[in-house]
Design a protein around this ligand. Structure first.
Ligand SMILES: Cc1ncc(COP(=O)(O)O)c(C=O)c1O
Length: 443
């Protein structure tokens, strides 16, 4: 029922013109008192909970239980999902893993990144991107972020390359893409390997090509919050078949595909295999991914058309080459000066009262204390000189990223599975908070 809500035309009329001085819209809802100050919440429609599942996941799990084949050694689900995901992304090959973190870790190993090497990473990412580099006893060197897109600023990569630099891990953050033309140009020039962290970007495309197929490989996550999920899970895709076979060996104790002797090992390795249960759930989830992605894209486009008219709300831009965004996160920046100087925490609190589930983005990962502790450990001191670590600290200046960590916010992907009217209620909630910003900031 929308009887006591504003129409889309009313909502657009209430939006102040982009760039205009803060001019609170008038009478944009029957109850324009902020919920935080006793009014009614702007959002009345439901936001779908996550995960979405039905009988197909339940049947798939029961079938695996009853088959008695629970591991990839004698089951068929993992092989089937790997073939299906390779087809879905257009990649030559796919290897599943226990999770996205270890998809990255396996890739680093299979591409020959060794202790003492340096790897370029963005600071605005989930900690796993950096942890895998540290676990390899390599040095993560942070490249500042691009304020407009929230992605690694590829223009700032080259000055950080030195003779020890071996790899770049661009992250396709939020499901949008890094500037892969620029990343690949530096990589080619300096012969660096490129491991795409596509853990949030299953359907994303760069100039019509699926992410993960632009660099040497791409790594995906199927962890519980992800747009396709099996609780935990991951995958590596690549067009390089030999690389996928090296990854295969590394993820199963150095044993190669069936046919090689049972107790012969091709490399020092580990066990990071996906189970049949995970793969069975993923096969069911994969059937929904395209329709869900389309809905997220439609709602995101509509939300952007509403939000970009609100001064102080700056939706993340996509690079021109990003031809598809997976929308794991709908990212935006909040500019406090356009909200009477209220803090981001006050803004989010007021929005939550309106039923608008906006969250703060990542914190300053590259300033985390654990980084220094790790780099000062005995192992790292053997691998990197005191001068190199001192220079690392000097280089670790990321002013743009620092600002993003103060202003960055996002909606999680399930918000974009709500109805179109929910996008309007989100915009209404933000407008209401803006109109009463001074009162809320004082409250
Ligand atoms: C950007 C990024 N990289 C890596 C990971 C690690 O994936 P997982 O949680 O499956 O280990 C995640 C997922 O949380 C992620 O968002």
């Amino acid at each position: 029922m929308k009887t006591d809500r504003m129409s889309r035309r009313d909502l657009l009329a209430a939006l102040p013109a982009a760039g205009a001085a803060l001019a609170p819209p008038l009478a944009f809802t029957r109850d324009d008192k902020p919920a935080l100050l006793g009014g009614k919440p702007a959002r009345t429609d439901a936001i779908p909970s996550w995960p979405v599942f039905d009988r197909s996941e339940e049947d798939a799990l029961i079938n695996v239980v009853r088959s008695g084949k629970w591991g990839r050694g004698n089951g068929e689900q993992v092989n089937r999902f790997e073939a299906a995901y390779a087809r879905f992304t257009g990649a030559h090959g796919c290897l599943t893993t226990v999770n996205g973190t270890n998809a990255l870790y396996i890739s680093l190993n299979a591409l020959g990144i060794e202790p003492g090497d340096e790897v370029l990473v963005p600071p605005f990412t989930f900690v796993a991107t950096v942890n895998v580099v540290l676990r390899q006893h390599a040095l993560p060197v942070f490249v500042d972020s691009d304020l407009d897109t929230f992605q690694i600023d590829a223009r700032k990569i080259e000055p950080l390359v030195n003779e020890r630099t071996k790899a770049i891990i661009p992250v396709h953050l939020g499901g949008s893409t890094a500037d892969m033309d620029a990343v690949m140009a530096v990589a080619r020039k300096h012969k660096l390997v490129v491991i795409e962290d596509a853990c949030q970007a299953w359907v994303a495309q760069w100039r019509g090509r699926n992410v993960g197929r632009l660099g040497n490989c791409g790594c995906f996550s199927f962890q519980a919050s992800k747009n396709i999920n099996s609780g935990e899970g991951g995958a590596i895709i690549s067009d390089d078949g030999e690389f996928i076979e090296r990854c295969y060996g590394f993820h199963t104790q150095g044993r190669m595909r069936k046919g090689s002797a049972e107790f012969s090992y091709s490399m020092s390795a580990t066990n990071l295999r996906m189970t049949e249960f995970q793969a069975a759930v993923l096969l069911a989830q994969l059937n929904r991914l395209e329709a869900h992605s389309k809905k997220r894209e439609d709602n995101a486009a509509y939300l952007t058309s509403l939000l970009r008219e609100i001064p102080g709300i700056v939706p993340a831009r996509m690079y021109d080459g990003c031809t598809r965004n997976a929308y794991h996160l709908y990212m935006l920046r909040f500019e406090p000066e356009k909200f009477a100087g209220m803090t981001r925490a006050q803004f989010l609190k007021a929005l939550h009262a309106e039923g608008v589930p906006l969250s703060a983005g990542y914190g300053p990962l590259n300033r985390s204390a654990f980084l220094k502790t790790t780099l000062q450990s005995r192992g790292f001191r053997r691998l990197f000189s005191a001068e190199r670590i001192a220079r690392w600290e000097e280089q670790n200046q990321t002013p743009v990223n620092d600002r993003m960590t103060r202003e960055g916010c996002w909606f999680s992907q399930n918000c974009l599975l709500a109805e179109r009217s929910t996008m309007e209620q989100i915009a209404e909630g933000i407008l209401k908070v803006q109109k009463h910003a001074a009162e809320i900031a004082r409250a």
